[in-house]
Design a binder for this molecule. Sequence first.
Ligand code: HEC
Ligand code: HEC
Ligand code: HEC
Ligand code: HEC
Ligand code: HEC
Ligand code: HEC
Ligand code: HEC
Ligand code: HEC
Length: 598
Amino acid sequence: MRSTYKSLACVLMIASAVAVLATGLLSCAGRTTGSQAGATSTQDDATYSNVRAEDYVGPQACGKCHSNNYKKWRRHPHSRMNMFANGSSVLGDFSGVSIEYAGRRAVFRKADGQYFVDYYRTAEAYQTAEEDDKERTFRVIRTVGSRYEQDYVAVQIEGPEPAGHPLYVEETRLRFAWSIVAGRWLPQSYLEPTEYPGSEYLEDGSLRYDPFEPDELPFNERCARCHNTYPYDLRFYKILTEFGRLSGFPPFPGVSPKTVRDLAQETDDEALLTSVRLPMDRFVTAGISCESCHFGGREHAEDARSTMPRFVPTHPLLAKWTPPHEGARERKEVVNALCLQCHHSGEAAQDNWPDGSAGVNSMESIEMESGACASVIKCTDCHNPHEAGQWAGAPDSKEHLQACVDCHAEKASADAAEAHSLHDMDTASCLDCHMPRIVQGFETYNRSHRISMPTERRVLATGMPNACNLCHLNESLAWTRDELEAGWGKKVSLPGALRSLYGDEFGRSVGRVWLEHPQASVRTVAVGAYARSSLGERALPSIVQGLGDANAYVRGRHLMGVEAIIGRSLTRGDYDLTGAPEVRAAQVRGLLERFTRR
Ligand code: HEC
Ligand code: HEC
Ligand code: HEC
Ligand code: HEC
Ligand code: HEC
Ligand code: HEC
Ligand code: HEC
Ligand code: HEC
């Protein structure tokens, strides 16, 4: 417990310092215990370390010499992933606006340069200035995210719990988030599918997931792990546990429980071996900075002439395990391990697809490793690690398309590509058939990072959304099977178990089957596909029906689909996404009438 308070003090200190500096970056230095291995000036394997807190210098130090990489990184979402709340980081509307939800109200306001959220017991109380009806107030400490959605990490400053309750000292995530895309406040259950399954309301009319009930899971127990820069030893301590992916590099060969213990003992860190909380006083930066990928670079930053940073974690006690550092930068195992440290979220989620693709984004590294090309492909074949990328859902970038044919050179010419794909490249690209849009992203459907083939049994024969029918929504599964055989000479047999959904001869229009599918993620992926398709208009009545879905997230996705197809936003009067069920049901009937008449 004590270490939590210590870290909190440090965090608060940073929060106020940052408000002055208006920057999200600052290290909480001052740790003096532990190995001084990083202090030597030549890379002597007997002493060199890049994994301890004192081996890290923070991005400004790197930027002194690498100004170009530094400037690019400042524009990359990595650098803005977690920030202290201030005028330049907060994107949500804190001008005193509120959201009314399930008869209650949350108010978002600003005072003296700080950001507050109040919860009221009734929706009316706020207007009538009934302070008695205020139940809780939170002060926002950090932001999470800057592109599609911004979450807030806060401490409670007023509430019904007695003084000394953890909510007053620990930072936890608020259950309302700002949807940057929609420009509105929403409860988390509207934004995240995996953690909020089932109906929004229970049979007795109460909420299944009440956003006014504070989330007591501290920020540093979970979210902080993949969004911040902290010394690699803290990742290594978890290497043999269920959180082992945080280490990026696999434990074997060479890591035994003794290796882990020895490393922890050297700095009196044994308590951290069993703690699931990260000591926030050791964070190098809020957000993802150079040393999340480059490891502690102190020695190099102090003497760049004689020492280069290493692309593998290094410490004398890890000598039996560390992969060789010579040529590490070129090796796919090493580069992919750097990204895997964080891009593995949701690996065990229920709604992942049977072929190994993600149901929800953030596990790109796991997907890629289970796909074709895995023996050679690197994240950096398509993504420059310093350069901000495109918006998910944007048209294919030239670089991404080029990456495929850099390796599959026999398909590089337009003629060869068309001969292979039987489509004009502008109609269907390599990515459309091999990285289909089946991953639920924050505002759209992201491409699976599992490079796959529509002919794979794990794809077509499982009935999961396949690349061909994501465009050919009105065709049947039998059509796809036959066209794959006619065009590519591959016969895939469809199992009888699929007949109950896809029709006796697998003859039903696949898009319709998906829109009515018992699995929610199949329905929402289909909505996304119709929204991109010229067939969307015809499917509008079915998609409008989905606005009546009992699950909040599923409804939100249908709303995005309807708005994309009709080309404009619906007003609250047309459809109130967070409104009372009776109100919504009547609105859906009204919309159905309108759209069936069209
Ligand atoms: C005093 C100036 C200086 C500082 C500070 C500095 N570097 Fe460097 N860095 C260099 C020079 C010089 C090179 C070699 C030429 C080049 O590749 O740009 C280099 C090379 C590199 C390389 C390429 C290594 C390779 O194997 O090809 C990386 C990665 C790197 N630096 C990262 C960092 C990081 C991360 C930091 C901060 C922790 C940092 N540098 C701080 C001067 C500096
Ligand atoms: C295992 C690593 C991991 C954990 C743990 C994790 N995230 Fe993330 N998060 C990611 C990755 C990777 C992305 C980027 C995904 C993408 O762009 O497709 C991301 C993206 C996000 C975004 C979108 C940011 C934007 O700019 O729109 C938000 C918001 C977010 N995470 C919130 C959270 C919260 C809240 C928690 C804790 C409940 C959490 N994450 C836990 C890895 C993680
Ligand atoms: C998301 C991970 C990541 C982050 C964050 C990151 N780098 Fe890199 N960096 C890499 C990888 C991977 C390479 C090797 C790229 C290659 O060889 O294709 C690299 C290469 C480099 C190089 C040598 C080649 C070049 O592009 O100049 C330098 C210098 C460098 N990084 C400096 C920095 C600095 C300074 C920062 C912070 C301002 C930073 N990096 C942030 C992953 C990262
Ligand atoms: C310390 C954790 C961490 C590491 C290490 C990391 N990422 Fe990320 N990455 C994230 C999070 C979190 C986001 C979400 C940022 C957001 O959406 O605001 C993200 C976003 C991205 C994005 C989407 C944003 C854009 O502008 O393109 C790409 C691409 C990406 N990362 C690639 C990589 C690659 C490649 C590597 C390895 C070289 C890597 N990441 C290493 C956590 C990490
Ligand atoms: C770095 C090189 C590289 C890149 C980039 C690459 N591939 Fe591959 N790909 C390979 C290799 C090598 C194989 C052979 C299987 C293996 O060894 O993993 C392969 C296998 C495949 C296969 C499966 C072949 C089979 O019969 O199982 C498909 C499909 C494929 N790649 C498509 C693509 C597409 C589409 C892209 C771009 C999105 C792409 N590849 C990018 C190297 C690459
Ligand atoms: C219209 C869909 C479609 C498009 C577009 C497409 N492919 Fe394919 N691709 C397929 C199908 C179907 C197979 C499976 C063939 C099989 O199972 O033998 C395949 C197989 C492959 C294979 C493995 C077999 C082989 O022919 O080598 C590679 C590699 C590949 N594609 C790469 C690419 C690249 C690179 C592009 C872009 C230039 C591309 N594909 C565009 C449908 C497509
Ligand atoms: C063959 C090219 C290719 C490779 C290799 C690749 N990506 Fe991507 N990546 C893409 C494409 C294309 C997109 C855009 C997808 C979209 O529009 O949804 C993307 C998007 C992303 C995003 C952003 C999603 C968002 O929400 O904005 C992240 C994060 C990401 N990739 C991470 C990774 C990581 C980590 C690796 C390595 C494990 C990797 N990628 C390897 C092609 C690639
Ligand atoms: C990105 C969307 C897209 C994907 C993915 C796609 N197609 Fe197509 N396909 C089209 C369009 C659009 C046409 C209409 C003709 C044209 O403009 O080329 C077409 C035409 C066809 C045709 C000939 C015309 C017809 O309708 O009879 C066949 C057969 C076909 N596609 C089969 C497939 C198969 C099989 C796959 C999967 C391997 C596939 N397509 C993947 C968009 C796509």
